[in-house]
Design a protein around this ligand. Sequence first.
Ligand code: NDP
Length: 221
Amino acid sequence: MNVLIIGASRGLGLEFVRQYRAAGARVTATVRDDAGRARLTALGAKPLTLDVASAASVSGLAWQIDGEAFDVVVINAGVFGPRAGALEAPTQDDFDTVMRTNVLGPMRLLPQVAEALAPGARLAIVSSRMGSIGLRTGTHGWLYRASKAAVNSVMKDAALALAGRATVISFHPGWVRTDMGGAEADIDAPTSIAGMRTVLASVKPADTGSFFNYDGQPLAW
Ligand code: NDP
């Protein structure tokens, strides 16, 4: 199996690399700095350097993955941004950072990744149930919520565009103990990733365009 993980320096992305390598997969993964490259190399993964918020950096990915045929691709990189809730307007800078990383990043990556998919590949975006409108009960992270709702729309359109070629899904990884999730979160990264890997191994073409919890439960948009 040939796997690509985008955003793998730490947290969930690094755990995806660790588990796919432990399962014997060939893994290419992206990070932003030398420390991240060293962590990937130590795990036997091929490191690429990529800042998903930079158009120039993303356009450089195409030649780095030219000729590859990935069976599994996970777009995981993301930022949370301000914790502010509804009716607290974000600054332009915060808006630009969160939307550029969480929405524009995947929109720029997907055309390139689409060229590097093996027949029947599985492509996942790590979104969040905080992006679900149907499940909404609170408002903290107003901007982050909007970005994850937007990337769910991006994923849905990618699923339509890639119908018959790849199964495309969004994940809520659970509330996970990482730098972003914090120490009080519900589950650890190995549990989250083991769950998402099981889902990725079992999804069928008919599941394309779906939103899944890490344990395989379907989620409302
Ligand atoms: P972390 O904050 O621990 O890690 C974020 C990862 O994204 C790092 O590898 C970071 O790289 C990378 N990243 C951020 N910005 C960029 C960028 N511009 N270019 C490339 N890589 C970037 O978060 P998690 O591991 O917890 O989160 C991973 C994903 O899961 C995110 O999309 C997040 O929104 C989502 N998620 C997480 C939840 C949780 O409870 N943890 C819950 C719901 C969703 P670097 O080290 O270079 O900064």
